[in-house]
Design a protein around this ligand. Structure first.
Ligand SMILES: CC(C)(COP(=O)(O)OP(=O)(O)OC[C@H]1O[C@@H](n2cnc3c(N)ncnc32)[C@H](O[C@H]2O[C@H](COP(=O)(O)OP(=O)(O)OP(=O)(O)O)[C@@H](O)[C@H]2O)[C@@H]1O)[C@@H](O)C(=O)NCCC(=O)NCCS
Ligand SMILES: Nc1ncnc2[nH]cnc12
Length: 277
């Protein structure tokens, strides 16, 4: 009988797996305030969990190609930045075909795309490397009047681009420390992830929330998330009550924190990467 030959996965394969796993873990995490999760569609009429999964899986080849581009080009610079921009636009196209035109993961393509490439280049300095890439100007990027651009004009908000250019402060200073703190307090993995999401929400200028619900929505998100953490976090009864309150408030305002959800996926990706080093 011929011996079965098992192949080691390439680095690019492993990074693409980690990125897609992070997106699926984010989607499955429940109960997330006003977001799509195992319970339902949150504040969305055109999204559901199956669509989030299908969208995440459709992005696997893009993440792999982004990691391969980083390995092949081998340094931070315009050639890599523009290769990532091109792959990101192609990935977005694949996502929209899969979802029949629904924007499921635009922000995640940006954040996790940069982080995947950064992990292939400098696995011990991913956020700094991703920031350096984000600071480079892709000459071929279209300049649409996106929701993010509109709320930047209206409220002067710093959105997804700035979050990456600053080295993902919401993840590094909020999400990851809270994830680890809640784990140390034996909150349980799902509660620790919910707490990480809430910590990200406490200060983020989420342009999805601003676009749909203005500053009232943003304040409700930030204050409500802080109230859950102040009450003891998702693992406590008092924290769960506050979380339910936040869910109801955001649903009433039609405010969905899609940017915070993407950054939770970024947080889970970095956490997994750190565990593998
Ligand atoms: C540079 C880009 C990030 C473009 O940024 P910009 O702000 O101009 O564009 P947006 O289209 O608004 O996309 C930004 C998405 O990032 C997420 N996000 C929001 N706030 C933040 C934040 N403070 N920090 C980090 N990330 C944030 C968010 O993504 C999630 O929400 C999406 C749905 O939101 P929205 O578009 O508002 O809602 P719709 O469903 O379309 O409409 P309604 O339901 O409200 O009616 C969802 O996809 C989540 O992912 C923002 O949407 C970058 O995207 C870019 O330049 N792309 C071009 C190609 C490229 O270079 N790709 C990357 C290569 S590495
Ligand atoms: N779980 C989720 N629900 C709604 N929008 C999102 N964008 C990214 N993740 C999301």
């Amino acid at each position: 009988m011929r011996a079965l030959k098992l192949h080691e996965l390439s680095l690019a394969d492993q990074l693409a797996d980690m990125a897609v796993d992070a997106l699926i873990d984010e989607a499955d995490l429940s109960p997330k305030p006003a977001l799509v999760d195992r319970r339902g569609n949150g504040a969305h009429s055109d999204l559901h969990l199956g669509l989030m999964h299908a969208s995440a899986l459709s992005l696997w080849p893009m993440f792999k190609e982004m990691a391969e581009a980083a390995i092949e080009i081998g340094e931070i610079g315009l050639p890599l930045r523009e290769a990532l921009g091109r792959l990101g636009r192609e990935g977005e196209h694949a996502m929209l075909i899969t979802t029949n035109g629904v924007n499921t993961h635009r922000g995640a393509i940006w954040a996790l795309g940069l982080l995947t490439a950064a992990a292939a280049l400098e696995p011990r300095a991913v956020t700094l490397t991703a920031a350096k890439l984000a600071l480079l100007n892709d000459r071929f990027a279209p300049q649409p009047l996106s929701h993010g651009a509109q709320v930047a004009q209206r409220y002067g908000a710093r959105g997804a681009r700035e979050e990456a250019q600053l080295g993902f402060p919401s993840v590094v200073q909020r999400g990851l420390p809270q994830l680890r703190k809640s784990r140390l307090q034996h909150a349980g993995e799902q509660n620790a992830r919910l707490d990480a999401l809430l910590a990200i929400m406490t200060e983020l200028a989420d342009t999805c929330v601003l676009y749909r619900a203005g500053t009232e929505g943003l304040q409700a998100m930030q204050h409500g998330a802080q109230a859950v953490l102040d009450a003891g976090g998702s693992a406590t009864l008092a924290g769960r009550r506050q979380l339910h309150e936040l869910d109801q408030q955001l649903l009433a305002l039609n405010a969905s924190p899609g940017g915070a959800a993407d950054l939770l996926a970024a947080c889970l990706f970095i956490d997994r990467l750190d565990g593998a080093l």
